[in-house]
Design a protein. Structure first.
Length: 618
């Protein structure tokens, strides 16, 4: 059968039981007993990989010891969305505190060659209507996204409240003044009425725990701290001419490496791509945005597009609902709807639809494996690059140049699935299956901290609430929250991201809605003269009970996936995952619940108190 890049094979053309057995076998040979512990933190003796900013000089300043209404930890998408919503709620006295030298978060730090967003930019880039910004292409590049981050910050006046190149060291609740003491590496002791943890779920680089990592004497850096001085080129001009006489190895073939490998292969004297688990990589088709189409959109168009994308990627498109995004993320839903359309839209149960989706999943993945054979000349290399797992076991990718790069004579794939990683590093290279490969440079495309140990993931030494309760101890066995954004014993503190809240296919949408909810609670507490606001124990317990009563059991899917940060590296007894405990009824059901709660105006479940008394809100 000739390969068609857009056509999946029919269900009767593939052996689904055999493929499923292959999936399980591929999972089993990749699972490591130490799961997330296979990685080491980019701190301590590796701090220069994480804590040093190679892009922007640090501006000296005096320590800050005054008071403010809110401290927002983070200046990436999450921190910016919270700041924007605080402005809308009438709160202007706040700080965005961030390790980076500007707004952007991951889009500040990541400047590697080929960096682009992997999602439809019209959904991914937030507040396009409010800022009047049109993304240039379907998948905008890093420079454009960072530019848009600055536009958002300027639009909402966030720069006047920003403290850059600042790391939070400790957060301690002071009951004498009903404020949070915010201590930093710059000597600050800011007294904040409210604190919002908005660091994002993936913010701190991690390193693979390869034996001998301290022995290697060549150049090493993480993709989140790209060293153009060593490689040549610059951000937005990835002409890596200084690598022409260099032997380079990159560890990882996830979403980041997929974008980088074509550039390393083009410029390096020799490139070794070290892979444990291959990614799913579809064609890119990175088309330009039509200005006339963009100008013709009616108010509310971005929200409508995000909802459509979320349904297609995570739930189910409605009958005859068009797929506005049309890429790898939405293919299964799009194909299922086309199948149902051809059958005259039969009335099927959710269980029957789930079965159809699973069959379509196998068909789509078979198409993607056929794409490898069509583009990679060496059969052994092609076989190693094929993804054998269910769609969404790993982050889906799209790229037109990754596979052809392996046809270059200077590019070698080192597949370490069988050995579960590189054997060791030496002073001059790495060892795989007893053979040493000499290299000049080792690049870590090893991702970010998603460990269950939140103190390691967040990098904050101390977070202590009432009576010295540590959030790390309080959440040791899993999240305990009210509405996913507050916790008993931690007054005036808000959490964002994936905790016990709704999970949207577009993260920035999640952050906007969480910022709106936080802005409402904080502004209402101020308006009502409350010094403290926190959930009661009873309300928190009731919320968690409801959350778990509507939870969707996804354990079979997760347990059958190959190890990745999506499933805690295959840890079957994980206490907490990167996605938290999402609301099982769906994201917009969760949002409707919060909107109804706000509309009622009683702030039910929260306890507000004045300086001296503790009373329920009216």
């Amino acid at each position: 059968m000739m390969y068609n890049p857009t056509q999946c094979p029919a269900a009767d053309e593939i052996d689904i039981p055999a493929i499923r057995a292959r999936y399980l076998a591929e999972r089993d040979r990749r699972i490591k007993k130490d799961h997330n512990d296979q990685y080491i933190a980019s701190s301590g003796k590796y701090a220069e990989i994480y804590e040093v900013d190679p892009y922007t000089p640090v501006t000296p300043r005096d320590p800050i010891t005054g008071e403010t209404d809110v401290v927002i930890l983070g200046a990436g998408y999450c921190g910016m969305m919270v700041g924007a919503q605080l402005r809308k709620a009438g709160i202007d006295n706040f700080y965005n505190i961030d390790h980076g030298g500007d707004f952007g978060g991951t889009w500040y730090w990541n400047r590697y060659p080929g960096i682009q967003c992997d999602n439809d930019a019209l959904c991914y880039m937030p507040l396009l209507e409010e800022t009047g910004y049109m993304p240039s292409r379907k998948f905008a590049d890093g420079i454009e996204i960072q530019k848009h981050c600055r536009i958002i910050a300027e639009h909402f006046g966030l720069y006047q409240n920003a403290l850059f190149h600042t790391l939070i060291r400790n957060l301690k609740w002071d009951p004498e003044i009903n404020r949070w003491h915010v201590g930093t590496n710059r000597g600050d002791d800011i007294k904040a009425r409210f604190v919002v943890l908005a660091m994002g779920p993936l913010n701190k680089p991690k390193l693979p725990g390869i034996p001998g990592i301290d022995r290697f004497k060549g150049k090493m850096f993480h993709t989140a701290r790209w060293d153009y001085e060593y490689t040549g080129g610059e951000w937005g001009r990835p002409e890596l001419e200084k690598l022409k006489d260099k032997r380079v190895a990159i560890i990882g073939t996830g979403a980041t490496a997929v974008q980088i490998v074509p550039y390393l292969g083009k410029y390096a004297k020799q490139l070794y791509v070290i892979q444990r688990t291959p990614s799913t990589i579809d064609f890119r088709n990175n088309r330009e945005t039509d200005p006339e189409w963009f100008a013709s959109q009616k108010p509310g168009w971005q929200e409508e597009r995000i909802r459509n994308f979320h349904r297609a990627a995570m739930e189910r498109l409605a009958p005859r609902e068009p797929d506005m995004v049309e890429d790898i993320w939405t293919e299964i839903s799009r194909n299922c709807n086309a199948q149902l359309e051809a059958e005259g839209w039969p009335d099927i149960s959710p269980e029957e639809y789930a079965e159809r989706r699973e069959v379509m999943d196998y068909r789509v993945m078979e198409r993607l494996r056929a794409r490898v054979d069509a583009l990679v000349e060496d059969p052994e290399t092609a076989e190693a690059l094929k993804p054998y797992y269910r769609y969404l076991c790993k982050r889906p990718c799209s790229n037109d140049d990754f596979y052809p790069t392996f046809n270059r004579p200077n590019v070698t794939l080192i597949d370490v699935a069988e050995t579960q990683g590189v054997e060791r590093l030496t002073e001059t290279g790495f060892v795989h299956k007893g053979q040493e490969y000499e290299i000049d440079c080792l690049i870590f495309a090893s991702g970010y901290e998603v460990t269950n140990d939140l103190d390691r993931r967040w990098g904050i030494d101390t977070i202590e609430g009432r009576e010295g309760v540590s959030i790390y101890d309080y959440w040791r066995d899993g999240f305990r929250t009210f509405q996913g954004m507050m916790a008993h014993n931690f007054p005036n503190m808000f959490f964002t991201g994936f905790t016990q809240a709704g999970a949207n296919a577009t993260n920035s949408k999640t952050f906007i809605d969480q910022g709106r909810h936080i802005g409402y609670i904080a502004s209402e507490a101020i308006r009502r003269g409350a010094a403290m606001v926190e959930p009661s124990q009873e309300a928190q317990d009731a919320y968690i009970a409801k959350l778990r009563s509507v939870a969707v059991d996804n354990s079979r899917f997760q347990n059958e996936c190959t190890p990745s940060y999506f499933n805690n590296e295959g840890d079957p007894v994980k206490k907490r995952s990167i996605f938290g405990e999402p609301w099982g009824e769906g994201y917009y059901a969760f949002e409707d619940m919060l909107a109804k709660w706000r509309d009622e105006g009683s702030m039910a479940g929260l306890v507000l108190n004045s300086e001296h008394t503790l009373e329920p809100a009216e």
